[in-house]
Every structure is written in structure tokens, then in C-alpha cells.
Design a binder for this molecule. Structure first.
Ligand code: SF4
Ligand code: SF4
Ligand code: SF4
Length: 279
């Protein structure tokens, strides 16, 4: 039965405990035939990536722990011409540190940049799934054990199916079928601050209406004049902002390929047109 990891991004606090635990397990420790000692510098078999989205002051940050995906169609394994990479019964992909010839073909083949090169030992290295621990009675890899927020789950893929349902994998278009799944990766956001340029004060309760292909999202500006549309899909959006006594403002074709901070948005006061004609 194959093992899998499920990482709930919404629970990750960015404490880096998993990254540190992995280093602690492998730097200076020889686990042949599973792995040789990891280089102290430049290697992170698990890397916590911080994603800063938006621009000041509308910024959100989330953290994603990345490691080898132990892919069902492992490109690294197919690329190795020395028979140094193999798949275990539990699904883990292992680089045999004795058979590895240091040609780096596997490193070039992995689209997830999960393989590192150890210059001193002249071998390719990566996450082993802590196979040496699991084979010796442990139930969890070091990284999972170290997570204080329960953001990482590990176990039989079948037993994790409720967690895996609705989860996504990194770069699914690679077609490599990863066994590391991610839940709750935040969508994109569109945000801004609405204000009255004459009074030089924010407008509270302005109506903000977002439309994409007929689907509508609505919100109001808060006590600071701010609005946020969160967890949006990637696409094109039209935004209309209106408030009583002000001209409405429209933004067309906002593209959420990345998060959008529209900054400070002035709404002009509606000027009553006076009839100047004289009889
Ligand atoms: S993530 Fe890269 S190194 Fe890991 S199994 Fe897939 S192709 Fe191989
Ligand atoms: S499973 Fe083990 S080797 Fe892989 S990232 Fe976690 S601690 Fe590191
Ligand atoms: S240990 Fe858990 S909470 Fe901390 S960075 Fe890793 S996944 Fe996130």
C-alpha cells in the first residue's frame, strides 16, 4: 500500500519546524542504504516556501512546505541510466547513494526541483520519506512529527482519502501524479481602499461588486474604507464600486493571474446640474 502526505496550507504557521527536523535527521547522519549525510548548506529536502501576495499595505502571506512528491510516474527514476533510483513498495522513490554516479540526469528531469547535488560526495540527494525510520518501527517521518499545528498528515493513501478529496497537487500539468497533496491553498485576491478626495476621508460602506462571466461577488468597504475579495480563481473580473452621493467607478478586465491591490481609489462627488437658462 502506498503512503501519501497531505499538507493543509491553512494550518501552516510558517514555523519551519519541519524543515529543521529534516536537516536534523540527515545532516551529519549516514543512513546508507537509504541516504548518505545531507550537505549542511544549500540542501533542503523539505523547504518551507513563503508566498507574499499583493503589495503594501494589502499583503497576505502563506507558507507551503515542499518536498519530493514521490511521484507515481517519477521522471527522476526514468531519467537515471544507472539504475540508481527505485520505487519501494510503500511508494517512496529512493536514490541509492551507492549506485548514484553523480551524472545529475535525475536532477534535470525533476520539474519540482526536489533533487539536490552533494558536491562533496558527488551524488544526487533528496527526501527519502524517512524510509529508514519507518523500516525501524516509526510511524511518522521527522517532518510530520515536528509539525506543531497538525498541518502535515502522513499515512496510507487509502486511509487519508477524506483529506485527499478536494486537495490539489503541485503543477498537475507535469502529469507525474504526485503523492504529496495540498489543501486550502489560498486563491487570489482583489483589494483596495475607497476614499472621498474632497473631504480626504475614507468611504465606509461603499458597495463593491465583482463580476466574472456572470458570477457575482459582493462586499462593502469596512471602517477603514478597505475591501477585500479573497480566494478568487484565476480569471478576468469587472469591478464596480458605488456609494450614495458619489459617481460610481468601474475597473474592467482585472486579471487575477496574481493578487491585485488597486490602492487608494477616489470616488468623485455627484455634482447636481443646475439649469442656467433664463426666460
Ligand atoms: S518530485 Fe521529482 S524527485 Fe520526487 S519523485 Fe517526482 S520527479 Fe522524482
Ligand atoms: S519525510 Fe523525512 S526526508 Fe522527507 S522531508 Fe520529511 S523529514 Fe525530510
Ligand atoms: S512544521 Fe507545520 S506549521 Fe511549521 S512550517 Fe512545517 S508545515 Fe508549517
Amino acid at each position: 500500500m502506498a503512503k501519501a502526505f497531505v499538507i493543509d496550507v491553512s494550518r501552516c504557521s510558517g514555523c519551519y519546524n519541519c524543515q529543521l527536523a529534516c536537516k536534523d535527521e540527515y545532516v551529519g547522519n549516514e543512513w546508507t542504504p537509504y541516504s548518505k549525510s545531507q550537505a549542511q548548506i544549500g540542501q533542503f529536502w523539505l523547504k518551507v516556501q513563503d508566498n507574499v501576495c499583493g503589495t503594501m499595505p494589502k499583503v497576505k502571506i502563506h507558507y507551503i512546505a515542499k518536498l519530493c512528491n514521490h511521484c507515481r510516474k517519477a521522471a527522476c527514476m526514468e531519467a537515471c541510466n544507472h539504475g540508481a533510483i527505485y520505487r519501494r513498495e510503500d511508494g517512496f522513490i529512493i536514490i541509492d547513494p551507492v549506485k548514484c554516479k553523480g551524472c545529475r540526469d535525475c536532477q534535470a528531469a525533476c520539474p519540482y526541483e526536489a533533487i539536490y547535488f552533494n558536491d562533496e560526495l558527488h551524488i544526487a540527494q533528496k527526501c527519502t520519506g524517512c524510509a529508514h525510520l519507518l523500516d525501524n518501527g516509526h510511524t511518522m517521518p521527522r517532518c510530520v512529527e515536528a509539525c506543531p499545528t497538525d498541518a502535515m498528515k502522513f499515512g496510507e493513501e487509502e486511509e487519508l482519502k477524506d483529506w485527499i478529496e478536494g486537495a490539489s497537487v503541485m503543477i498537475p500539468e507535469t502529469g507525474l501524479l504526485p503523492r504529496v497533496y495540498y489543501r486550502n491553498i489560498p486563491g487570489k485576491f482583489i483589494a483596495g481602499t475607497v476614499y472621498d478626495p474632497v473631504k480626504e476621508e475614507v468611504i465606509i460602506g461603499a458597495k463593491c461588486r465583482l463580476n466574472s462571466g456572470g458570477k457575482v461577488w459582493e462586499t462593502m468597504t469596512d471602517d477603514f474604507g478597505d475591501f477585500w475579495f479573497k480566494d478568487l480563481p484565476v480569471g478576468l473580473f469587472d469591478l464596480v464600486i458605488s456609494a450614495p452621493g458619489f459617481e460610481y467607478k468601474t475597473f474592467k478586465n482585472l486579471k487575477t493571474a496574481k493578487d491585485i491591490n488597486l490602492g487608494d481609489i477616489p470616488l468623485e462627488i455627484i455634482v447636481e446640474k443646475s439649469d442656467n437658462k433664463k426666460d
